[in-house]
Design a binder for this molecule. Structure first.
Ligand SMILES: Nc1nc2c(ncn2[C@@H]2O[C@H](COP(=O)(O)OP(=O)(O)OP(=O)(O)O)[C@@H](O)[C@H]2O)c(=O)[nH]1
Ligand SMILES: [Mg+2]
Length: 334
């Protein structure tokens, strides 16, 4: 483990890859390594990239990585359950003559399958991000599909969240879930070479204006800790969410996008917001780990057949759920 930690700190790709595999498998050694690496994390700018399937997230992340490399930044990429592979930048063809991302030492790409990830996707993702952070990557881009709670959780742990939309994916306004709009620091209309992209940009700008007007009164009904934290930082956040248009395969608009992302990073670091996001992330992480520990203890303390009996009793109204939880909780404490 010692040599592995050292290797990660030195940015050795083989060691980074090995530790990430251990983290994914929840190998006992990975906990020790993560503990030891934690003091060296907190430097990387974590950027979440989310949006509907096929909107061009991977292509855009590739293009952004090339642009960031041009600026001498070391880039980590974590793709959560991608259905299309990272091409390594070759698709950019003649436009930007660069080393392929795949052979570039300044970049590290890791794909993770959401299925079969031990210990939950959100946890594994945040641990993998920590490994890359400790390895010295300046920015870590995390691609996630869609708008499920897991994706929102992952996005909530990013400093900057990009929401990618594409024109012509049905009714523009309807495809955009209110929740996903709320987490966006930058909105991107990719595939701007397609017809209707202007309309999508306009629709998004209108939705943002509407959101801003109602945000002041619409602060209730937020169930989750995470959303609350996100919303709270929103309230202090004077950042105007920009809507940018890009054509990922040709790189059009990508320079401005990268500049905007870097600007958002400086904006956060310039005030209280960066630390506030770190707090939200830490709160979520501790809460999640406590829940995991508690559930593990419960499953240990109460055998499956007894758990089923309790469920059955509650379903048949022989017992109420409040009493049931009280009893189960007691068994964990003893
Ligand atoms: N015309 C056009 N096609 C694009 C653009 N960006 C991406 N594509 C194409 O759209 C398809 C999907 O792109 P991906 O980058 O795989 O999209 P994604 O959002 O990562 O997809 P998932 O990971 O499956 O959700 C590919 O065939 C890309 O070549 C664009 O700006 N314009
Ligand atoms: Mg993808």
């Amino acid at each position: 483990v010692e040599a592995l930690i050292e290797g990660v700190r030195l940015g050795r790709r083989r060691d980074i890859a090995r530790l990430i595999t251990k983290v994914e498998n929840r190998d006992p050694g990975s906990d020790t390594a993560l503990r030891r690496l934690y003091p060296h994390t907190g430097k990387a700018h974590v950027v979440g990239v989310t949006g509907p399937p096929g909107s061009g997230k991977s292509t855009l992340v590739n293009a952004m990585a090339l642009e960031l490399r041009r600026r001498q930044m070391q880039i980590g990429i974590v793709a959560v359950d991608p259905s299309s592979p990272f091409t390594g930048g070759a698709f950019l063809g003649d436009r930007i003559r660069m080393r392929d991302l795949a052979g570039d030492q300044g970049i590290f790409i890791r794909s993770m399958a959401s299925r079969g990830t031990l210990g939950g996707l959100a946890r594994t993702t945040s641990d993998v991000v920590k490994v890359l952070d400790a390895a010295g990557f300046d920015m870590v881009l995390v691609e996630t599909v869609g708008a499920g709670q897991a994706e929102v959780d992952i996005a909530a742990t990013a400093h900057t969240t990009l929401v990618i939309e594409a024109p012509g994916m049905g009714d523009e306004v309807q495809t955009i879930k209110a929740g996903i709009l709320e987490i966006a620091d930058v909105l991107v209309v990719n595939k701007a070479d397609r017809p209707g992209s202007d309309r999508t940009v306009k629709a998004l700008r209108a939705m943002l204006r509407m959101g801003r007007d109602t945000a002041a009164v619409d602060h209730h009904g937020i169930q989750m800790d995470v959303n609350e934290a996100v919303n709270k930082s929103r309230a202090l956040d004077a950042w105007e969410v920009p809507v940018l248009a890009t054509v990922a395969p040709s790189g059009e608009g990508v320079e401005l996008l990268v500049e905007t992302v870097l600007k958002h990073g400086s904006y956060l670091r310039g005030g209280e917001l960066w630390m506030q996001k770190e707090r939200a992330r830490s709160r979520q992480e501790i809460g999640r780990m406590l829940q995991e520990r508690f559930m593990a203890r419960l499953l240990e303390a109460v055998p499956p057949d007894q758990r089923e009996t309790v469920v059955d009793d509650v379903a048949r109204r022989r017992k109420d759920p409040y009493t049931a939880v009280e009893e189960l909780f007691g068994r964990v404490q003893s």
